[in-house]
Design a protein around this ligand. Sequence first.
Ligand code: PGA
Length: 256
Amino acid sequence: MIIAANWKMNLLGHDARDLASEFQKIAKNQSVSDVKILIFPPALYADIVNDVCDDERLSWGGQNTHIARFGAHTGDISAEMYRSVGARYQLVGHSERRADHKESDSYIGAQLRAAHEAGLHMVLCVGEQLDQREAGDAEKVVTEQIARALDEVKEYLPDLWDNLIIAYEPVWAIGTGRVAEPQDVFQMHKAIADYCTHSLGAPQRPQILYGGSVKASNAQTLFALDYVDGALVGGASLQQDAFSGIVAAAIAVQKG
Ligand code: PGA
């Protein structure tokens, strides 16, 4: 299981330092090493977070990458730069970037390419809007997002699958306190798994995380579902108690 913390554009430097050391304690204290914790901090806090990561139980990654390695792109950061200061993961295609920065599926695919070429594991975020779910199009929207992004990295398939994690995040559940129904989460994760193996040629199904208002109180129900391999956590990753509760739920399910 993977429990990933997406800190987004939150925390000041001293808060990030405190929270990072709390995360280090959470990672150290857990008795089951197959729950892996990831932190996606604001890029400025790379060193702070890198200092606490052991890359066995705790690793970190960038929230976003430019598609080029280097160049005249003021304010941007490349996947290779992240890698050079200790990142092991790269978040790609978060719905907030799709909305705020108009990132398209093909641009997101190019980001996968950049991350893969830099030797990073990738967490590809996908998810439908509420009106798309209500129209019965959720699975179509999500599988198309995956297919279009992967279309940009065809020459790296099937190997790229080894380092690709999918995060299913229904847009209407992010930061709203509204969680998808367990049955819907199960159905979507199964649809993603089937689509990846049957239609996109994945040698085995990728790990699939759920994201969208995950909290300690709902985590265990979600983690108990087949095809749910962990969570991508926003709001609840900013508080040590809330996050450690989610990790504890993963451990409890793991021990089964
Ligand atoms: P949330 O965010 O947990 O605050 O809903 C999840 C995410 O955006 O990854």
